[in-house]
Design a protein around this ligand. Structure first.
Ligand code: ZN
Length: 244
């Protein structure tokens, strides 16, 4: 590690240790430490809905239905927005078929203090795997991920071989400075789940599960139970090996 970087790190840690701890009142704002760890938010003002992929990047494409992930993700995000309307401010990362780089998505989300980021995707793997998955990294995102996974599992009729709730250092989960979860609603590579996901009524139930998790977190903060331990790791880079 370069000496200047070490000095910068030390300065940041020293600063964070004497930063005042937030809280009180309706909206609770917790200060994060240098690595971005803090309890999950309560009373946040803004939800950034990020429909995954877009433009030339279709994401997964189902060989059973022909559905493209980018289209289902945007449709689901719009349904979540409608369900949150009048309850919390919603900002759409994209509202059309537009490509936005992951680093740019993280940068835009980080500009909004007092917000959370929910990125919506559909999954792809071997044909037998099905069910929702939830990716998160920082301590402040654990509660939201837990609520969201729980809600989605109550909607999906079957699960098989999926990873459930996964702590993974991704550009959206690690690099955005706001609490962030990446929701994989279901596997387009599974024949039955792909057909379900193709159904607007089913996507509407998925959207309700996501919206209710957001509102639960906003009202109540983290679910009961011990917070996960912080993991200090550098920002995620496009050049990182997969799964790192
Ligand atoms: Zn995706």
């Amino acid at each position: 590690m370069h000496r200047w970087l070490f000095s910068a790190l030390f300065a940041a840690l020293a600063f964070s240790s004497c930063a005042p701890s937030g809280g009180g009142g309706g909206a609770v704002s917790y200060k994060r430490d240098y690595w971005g760890h803090r309890p999950g938010p309560k009373g946040f003002s803004t939800v950034i809905l990020d429909a995954g992929h877009g433009g030339n990047d279709s994401g997964a494409v189902s060989r059973f239905t022909g559905d493209m992930e980018k289209t289902l993700a945007l449709d689901t995000a719009e349904r979540v927005r409608a369900k949150l309307s009048g309850k919390v401010k919603v900002v759409m990362m994209r509202s059309g078929d537009e490509f936005i780089d992951l680093d740019e998505r993280a940068r835009r989300a980080s500009q909004r203090d007092g917000a959370i980021l929910v990125s919506i995707h559909y999954n792809h793997s071997s044909p037998g795997v099905r069910g929702p998955e939830m990716y998160w990294w920082r301590v402040d995102s654990w509660g939201l991920a837990t609520r969201m996974q729980r809600n989605l599992e109550s909607v999906v009729p079957a699960e098989n071989g999926n990873r459930g709730q996964v702590r993974r250092r991704l550009r959206l989960t690690r690099n955005a400075t706001v609490p962030s979860v990446l929701v994989e609603c279901g596997y387009l590579s599974n024949a039955e789940e792909a057909r379900l996901c193709s159904n607007p009524g089913y996507r509407d139930r998925l959207a309700s599960a996501i919206a209710n998790a957001i509102l639960d977190q906003q009202r109540n903060g983290d679910p009961s139970g011990a917070l996960p331990r912080p993991i200090n790791a550098p920002p995620s880079r496009p050049t990182d090996p997969p799964g790192s």
